[in-house]
Write a protein of this length. Structure first.
Length: 67
């Protein structure tokens, strides 16, 4: 998917500060480690220090490699 959904905790005083642009998520494909797999785990690259992420949905994304 192009987007994933985050469930997070944040102090009430910081709630209005949170915007999607504060987060960067990615997946990493390692040809040796991920050979034969169809799903990759989503990783958080960047998030505000005042936010605690509880859940990423989906946790894994399906991928296809075209040659």
């Amino acid at each position: 998917p192009e987007e994933v959904q985050l469930t997070y905790r944040v102090a009430i005083k910081d709630y209005q500060r949170v915007i999607p642009e504060m987060f960067t998520l990615s997946v990493t494909y390692d040809p040796e480690k991920d050979k034969g797999k169809n799903f990759l785990k989503v990783h958080i690259e960047r998030k505000p220090d005042f936010v605690r992420v509880n859940r990423i949905h989906p946790e894994k994304v399906e991928f296809i490699i075209r040659k």
